[in-house]
Design a protein around this ligand. Structure first.
Ligand SMILES: NC(=O)c1ccc[n+]([C@@H]2O[C@H](COP(=O)([O-])OP(=O)(O)OC[C@H]3O[C@@H](n4cnc5c(N)ncnc54)[C@H](O)[C@@H]3O)[C@@H](O)[C@H]2O)c1
Length: 337
């Protein structure tokens, strides 16, 4: 498992994963391929961009030729595919790029993995492939796939391609399906950093619908530790759900953030609901708990506090990643709020 090709390693979860592996596994070489879309940022790699065991390559995962050259040049043994268009709202307004990256891009990586006889392919997927839950129950690995958004449909399609490459070509793979992540280096279009950013700037906090949609939050470091466990110990062709049993309504999360930064709840503004908004997610991670001995360590109260502290201490990062066309995007989504 020493020479690893990571895709999307300049994004939120990918950069946290690369940082963790470089710190914990000094004998690993990481080749980090990222297209640097609006969501990918070299500042996410601060502190290890020039590390001798980390090679950054700006490229699209759809470029099979470059991927194959990198596999040969760096004697790549495993591929972990984080690269994706990842924001549900954007998939509603512009679904095509989600198919290009999440489906066709994954197919390109799978073909390279098959042709170059890669030892293991890990696909980073999401619990959103299972659709939504009512008031009770949790997603298990046996829950039927029932994606509701163009984003989750593209991730489901990728999962099925990975499975098919295992079945047809004997590719050794694992798929991980994780719940909602929070932590440092998350682009502030996603709920938690968006709300922190607005609260810090005394701007209204836009909450969809009645604010009672439930998400099952996991700290990104716990997710990254679980991915490492799956990479090293995951059984061939197995899917692992990853979660932390931290169900919260969006409104609870937003109030926690306002209280932590000392801003009034009157900043909360209810906005028109997202079309097709999934009501509730909750994940059963008993399989990875019992079979691989992984368990999340961060409780939500501690994790959200350290996350808010990180954004408070990294205002320059926030300002830099929200320069570009972020303002235009925000205006489109929430108007002048
Ligand atoms: N964020 C979550 O809560 C969450 C939860 C479960 C699963 N996931 C999955 O985890 C993975 C990472 O999510 P994230 O939140 O870090 O996303 P992100 O949007 O922060 O990062 C995605 C990265 O992929 C890169 N990328 C996009 N298109 C590319 C392409 N064609 N070629 C190469 N690189 C490209 C971007 O530049 C960016 O650096 C995704 O596959 C996502 O579906 C995310």
């Amino acid at each position: 498992m020493r020479n690893i090709l990571v895709t999307g390693g300049a994004g939120f979860i990918g950069s946290n994963f690369v940082r963790l592996v470089l710190a914990q596994q000094p004998d690993c070489l990481i080749v980090n391929v990222d297209k640097l879309t609006y969501a990918g940022n070299l500042e996410n790699l601060e502190g290890f961009l020039d590390n001798p065991t980390h090679v950054f390559v700006k490229a699209d995962i759809n470029d099979g030729k470059i991927i194959e050259q990198l596999i040969d040049k760096y004697k790549i043994e495993t591929i972990i595919n984080f690269a994706a268009e990842s924001h549900v709202d954007r998939s509603i307004s512009e679904p095509k790029v989600f198919i290009e990256t999440n489906v066709t891009g994954t197919l390109t990586l799978l073909e390279a993995a098959r042709d170059k006889k890669i030892q293991k392919f890990v696909q980073i997927s999401t619990d959103e492939v299972y659709g939504e839950l009512g008031e009770t129950g949790k997603f298990t690995e046996q829950t039927p796939l029932s994606p509701n958004s163009p984003y989750s449909a593209s991730k489901t399609s990728a999962d099925l391609l990975v499975r098919a490459f295992g079945h047809t070509f004997g590719l050794n793979y694992n798929i991980t399906r994780c719940s909602n992540n929070y932590g440092p280096y998350q682009f502030p279009e996603k709920m938690i950093p968006l709300m922190i950013n607005n609260a810090l700037n005394d701007k209204p906090l836009p909450v969809y619908g009645d604010g009672l949609n439930v998400r099952d939050w996991i700290h990104v470091e716990d997710h990254c530790q679980a991915i490492w466990k799956v990479l090293v110990e995951g059984k061939p062709s197995e899917i692992y759900n990853i979660g932390s049993s931290n169900e919260k309504t969006n409104l609870e999360v937003v109030k926690t953030i306002l209280d932590a930064v000392g801003k009034p709840h009157s900043l909360i503004t209810f906005v028109k609901d997202r079309p097709g908004h999934d009501r509730r997610y909750a994940i059963d991670s008993s399989k990875i708990n019992s079979q691989l001995g992984w368990k999340a360590k961060t409780n939500f109260a501690q994790g959200i506090k350290s996350t808010i502290d990180w954004y408070l201490q990294n205002k320059k990062w926030l300002a830099n990643v929200t320069s570009g066309n972020y303002q235009q995007y925000y205006q489109q989504m929430y108007g002048n709020r």
